[in-house]
Design a protein around this ligand. Structure first.
Ligand code: FWO
Ligand code: ZN
Length: 385
């Protein structure tokens, strides 16, 4: 299967100018001006993308693909994600996770959903564990999970500084981080702990302590929801300066929350640490609200569409140039998660591409060389959609 995408403005994320892209099966084979193949025996699909922008397919490192929620009782358990939601959001690679409810949500079910999404055409990975410590695992051991379960690339989302956590001790957290480090090395995978950071005063103190006082590199620890408040953002910037990455959640329950996230991304750029920042959607996760006495007052659901929505707003406001802003959902997560062949428009990389129109709206999506959406029309639906 051979495709030539012609005349698009390419952001790899680095701006490559207007070039053609040759796709052979599921890989990017050539990026050059005026690619002309005259092998008549082959049926070559040629697409003219003049006036369009091509980006690497988006990587969302924190999605409750098999559902989440539950903080408001059984009827507040959120539904699993559908393939078309992912496609419309331009997400071609996801990492699935469990959250608050690691009891009625099983790792086996998370794994099956990740396999289903892979069968339906995108690239999927999962975190072992859930909020709780000790973490739920497939095999009874974090290290074994990395070695035996191919899709396991990390452990998460492990909750700290949150009333819904198991109030883990520093020793317990050190054990999880060290086992994850070892598991990642032995299985030749990222080996990161995706930490759910709540609004508690201690923030990511544990992580900064581990990075400062043990042999474990900061890059093993990957805290998310770091845009929950200003104090956390500044801890994240401190952590990035120690070599760590940190993640901001794009789903929001209020307009003011959305604007805060956009301002925080600008602040990261101005602090010259945007290369250590990723965005993730928390799609299908719950966004619960509790009152001052800790009583549940309601919840909304995370939207995977917020991932690029936030990036688009940051660019439209002129806070970051497109090639810098899209790093947060392509190149940067591919580095944290050590996803070879993902996150860039490069020769021999997977042909995962998002095509935007001039107004930066997602028009077409290609995953592993296959069109899943063309001119806003979904070409591949989930089995039961
Ligand atoms: C965040 C996922 C939160 C689930 O703090 O952690 O609750 O298990 O589905 N969501 N608990 C949302 C904020 C970052 C806005 C989760 C949720
Ligand atoms: Zn979370």
């Amino acid at each position: 299967m051979v495709k030539v995408l012609k005349n698009a403005e390419i952001f790899s994320p680095k701006y490559l100018g207007k070039k053609d892209i040759l796709i052979l099966n599921d890989k990017i084979a050539l990026i050059e001006k005026d690619i002309n193949l005259s092998i008549s025996s082959m049926d070559i699909e040629i697409y003219d993308f003049s006036g369009k922008i091509v980006l690497p397919g988006f990587i969302d490192s924190h999605v409750h693909i098999s559902g989440g929620g539950g903080e408001g009782g059984f009827s507040s358990r959120t539904p699993e994600i559908n393939l078309s939601q992912l496609i419309r959001a331009g997400v071609t690679t996801i990492v699935g996770c469990l959250g608050t409810d690691g009891i009625t949500r099983s790792l086996e079910n998370l794994y099956a959903k990740a396999k289903a999404l892979e069968e339906e055409g995108i690239s999927s990975f999962i975190y072992s564990g859930s909020y709780a410590v000790p973490p739920v695992t497939f095999t009874g051991s974090i290290v074994k999970d990395f070695i035996l379960i191919d899709k396991v690339i990390g452990v998460g989302e492990i909750a700290i500084s949150d009333h819904r956590s198991t109030q883990p001790t520093f020793e317990e957290i050190k054990k999880i981080v060290s086992n994850t480090r070892l598991g990642g090395l032995l299985s030749n995978k990222a080996g990161v702990v995706n930490f759910h950071v709540g609004s508690g005063d201690n923030g990511i103190d544990y992580l900064i302590n581990i990075a400062k006082n043990t042999e474990i590199p900061a890059s093993v620890m990957y805290p998310t929801h770091m845009n929950r408040n200003k104090k956390l953002l500044y801890q994240g910037i401190e952590f990035a300066k120690m070599g760590g990455y940190f993640d901001l959640t794009t789903s929001y329950s209020t307009e003011e929350g959305k604007l805060k996230t956009i301002e925080f991304i600008k602040e990261c750029f101005e602090n010259n640490i945007i290369d250590k920042v990723t965005l993730s959607s928390d799609g299908q996760g719950s966004l619960p609200k509790f009152d001052s006495s800790g009583d549940f007052i309601g919840l909304k659901i995370g939207e995977i569409s917020s991932l690029f929505e936030i990036v688009r707003e940051v660019v439209k406001k002129g806070y970051l140039p497109l090639e810098e802003a899209i790093k947060t959902i392509t190149l940067n997560p591919s580095k944290v998660l050590k996803l070879k062949n993902k996150g860039q428009i490069e020769i021999s990389f997977d042909a995962d591409l998002v095509i935007l129109n001039k107004d930066l709206e997602i028009e077409s999506v290609i995953s592993k060389g296959i069109f899943l959406m063309k001119e806003k029309k979904i070409l591949k639906k989930g089995t039961f959609e």
